[in-house]
Design a protein around this ligand. Structure first.
Ligand code: SF4
Ligand code: SF4
Length: 73
């Protein structure tokens, strides 16, 4: 499993970026200057050992941050 941000519902508030203890949320700036956020699957450990994903706990949008199969299917 991997943690993924649903870009459709994401408000780009940055809460997940600041909440992640592993710096696994990447802040990206598109060519249009628009900020977006993505989870780096190779860095994210899904907050193993904690109560649950911290990024997900801080996200104001229900089900914006979800678990998906690691291969993306
Ligand atoms: S699940 Fe944990 S390690 Fe992964 S991106 Fe979210 S806060 Fe970071
Ligand atoms: S906390 Fe949620 S709404 Fe805010 S940037 Fe992260 S995924 Fe998007």
């Amino acid at each position: 499993m991997a943690v993924q941000i649903n870009t459709e519902s994401c408000l780009k508030c940055g809460a997940c970026f600041f909440a992640c203890p592993k710096q696994a949320v990447e802040e990206q700036c598109g060519s249009d200057g628009e900020i977006s956020y993505a989870v780096l699957v190779d860095v994210c450990d899904e907050c193993r050992g904690a109560a649950g994903p911290r990024c997900r706990a801080e996200c104001p949008v229900p089900d914006c941050i979800v678990f998906v199969p690691a291969d993306g299917r």
